[in-house]
Design a protein around this ligand. Sequence first.
Ligand SMILES: Nc1ncnc2c1ncn2[C@@H]1O[C@H](COP(=O)(O)OP(=O)(O)OP(=O)(O)O)[C@@H](O)[C@H]1O
Length: 909
Amino acid sequence: MAVEACSVQIQKRRVELVENWSKHLDLLLDRLFEMGAVTEEDLSFIKGGGLVGERDCMRTLLDVLQGRGEEPCQAFLFLLPKLEVSNFTRTTNLSVKASASDHLQRHKDILARQHTPGNYLGSTSGLPKADWFTDITFSRHTGRLVPVHFQHETSVVGDAFRAGRAQARGQEETCSFKDVYQCLLSASGDGVALLSGVAGSGKTTVIKRLVQEWAVDEDTQKIILPLSFRELSLITEPQSLQVLLSDHYSHLKPILPELMTSNQGQLLLILDGLDEFCFPLDFEHTHKCSDPERELSVGATVVNLIKRNLLPDISILLTSRPHAVTKVPQLLVNQFYSVLGFSPAQQQQYFERSATSSQIAAAVCGFVSFYKPLQLMCHIPAFCWIVSTALHNGVSCLFSDTAPRGAESETSASEEVEEEQYHTSSELNTVINNRHAIGSRPVTITEIYCCFFKTILLFHVGGCVEGMNLNRLQDAPRILKETKAKLRCLGALAFKGLLERRFVFDSVDLAYFSLENTDVLRAFLVESLKEDRSSLTYEKNFQFIHTSIQEFLAALYYVLESLSGSDPFTGLKPNMGLLAPTVHTQLMSVISKLRRPKVLLRRRIKKALHWGERHQSGHLDLFCRFVSGLLVPKTRFILNGLFPDEPKSYLASCVPLLYASPPFVLRLLHSQLHSPSLSPERQLNVCHCLYEAKDPGLPHRLLAWLKLLSQEGMGHCTVAYTDWSELAFLLQLTPDLQVLNLDAQGLDAEGLRRLLPVLPLFSTLRLAQNALGPEGAEVLSVALQSPECQIERLWVVSTGLGCEGVRILAEGLKKNNTVFDLRMAINKIGDIGVAALAELLTTNRTLKDIRLRDNLVTDTGAELLKAALMENTTLECLWLFDNKFSKEGVRQLKEFSKIRPNLDIKVCY
Ligand SMILES: Nc1ncnc2c1ncn2[C@@H]1O[C@H](COP(=O)(O)OP(=O)(O)OP(=O)(O)O)[C@@H](O)[C@H]1O
């Protein structure tokens, strides 16, 4: 006789099972969970947030088991005889008495499992378990903060390592994951810590790593309780903190009350993703509450936790994207961490781990380090992932074949002439606009994203078998053409979201754009479940795999529509275009032809670029960069098949170059760049747009700059701040420049701040005769502490540092080991400034040469220096001419130099 299926048996015994086993539900769930028959999500679903009775929970358990198929049902039936009621009594008693350490171990096991790594595509590319995490760099801060971040997250990537830090004040140091871990998990680690980082910088990954390390750490006494603001946003009804925590950590229920009363100091509450919290945090007006049993709105609970009214002794770690950091008053934050991302060495490590062979890793690393803008973007881990995915399937295949044969021969005579411009400076051109490079390698961010996009379409949509790569690549134009209609809908969704600043979409949005259950949807959007607590049903939510992918698809849609002669906005309206794309496009292109398409195209592009200029939040920065990049015909060839056949008659006249954006786009960007009302952040973005647009003028402007800077002492020449931003950008594109000579260029602290991204990259910084003052010293101090700092000679003669400026500079030098030549004559540093330098000399072993001529130093300062030099034996040269020493002071300094033959002290009365 055939054995009856377990699920059928359960169905038949349902009434009896509910009757007899409901009161033992907890133990049953524990065992089933241990056996892997139910998941963590199942548990919370079954328990219904504690709002339903045992019998209902039991019924849900049976439903879940049956829904999961034969195996879990079998496990359940196997379990029942072993858990006879007599056993139950004993085990239940035991489990109640189980020691706190058992509960904690269980807590660790559960959290470690919940915090397993994964990337935006849901896998770790087969990396071994230990290798999924690449160390990452942070800055740690304990002082006052000025977090001014109006820039869009992804557009600050280039500056993530350096420029962002100029906005910070107070004590700041760089540190590694290990330092952060130790600090947060140490017994004394208390108060509120805030970890800020741009999109994709790895905040959630850091939390996952933190939990995993902690789960195997036997030394720490801390108990981590991680929650995400995304989860907290789902709690719409008032709830007490006690219920909230015991709901989330039901396995800790027996010991939670005790932890919350007598062992609060042991708890580290992690609240991830402040930027995703949808309730307001009103720190001023929220009523004080210190009772964990009192019901509060979730916003009030968070406020009272952060204000230390609720559980005053626990430690809290908040993570956030920079724009939401200001939701929490700075005074309430004790430690501030910024994720600086991957240093070049860490990028290399990442690529080595993610590549399938060492040759591929070396090729990717070499490629990225050659193109500065890419390297700067690669500070962001998520971008490293995009780059390695884009390059993974063989960049040469993706790229070299993309230009249609005809296109090369269509290069007009005028184009040849204009292309000559690329070759006026061979060294710079190889970097910025080398034609060969353009023909074979992606050098702009847009090109990288096009490659990424194509890789996903060819190799991830619909599942691709290894070894078919070449065929798929040859087939790419056909595949792209066939997917075009769906991609257009996806782009429209992305564009609409961007306009409305929406990054999470629901099923209604998808239906609106006819995207439900499509392959492209699964490839580019990740699905998450949102629980409706009242009905206990789940609603599906969707997000793009990364915000920058949404921006890319939005730009792709915008350019695609504009080049096809359609209005990108019309496609967003109901019952238009998207419902009948072909009819709509045909209709629009007929209308467009009647309406002078060239003018329309220009108008649309102008509109897109002006948005970016107008929106100070910077959320359209990357969109503008992609639009600029996609207007380069050669870049569009990567996605051959998707765009209308090139060149179109009306485009031909405005696209004389295949290798750059149309001249009207370049003109537009240049006029933006020189607009006096543009903020520095937007200015920098326009520079990025020009780079993406492959502006042939970039090498010339850099040459002009270098010529200007080589003229000694421009003195009164006033360089506008906007120009310093442009210079910083251009210098980033130029490898191997060693000396930055800005002597007497009218540079001030603000100008220096604009240059901060490039300051650490030079071995000699000549900044003499500029009014930098203490504020300029702060900028320099940040540059000196950069992990990438290569500054060896720092010449700041006559820069108005004063004693405060020197003190700040000395702080920076304490954490620097590259500068050996420091020239700071004529800065009125006095004895106070010398005291800071003397203190520095007791620990610094890099400085060899310090020049302090004409600085109002007296015998007191000389004494301080001599005392420091008793400890420091590495300084070789100390110039002290023209100071305020007495005769006796000079004599004593000379005597001192005799006992230090390796130290050349120059002094006169
Ligand atoms: N330290 C790391 N080692 C390896 N990969 C990393 C690391 N940090 C981040 N990544 C990669 O970058 C992706 C994005 O990281 P993560 O989701 O942690 O960023 P985030 O800062 O939380 O972003 P968001 O603000 O968008 O939520 C990860 O999925 C992973 O692929």
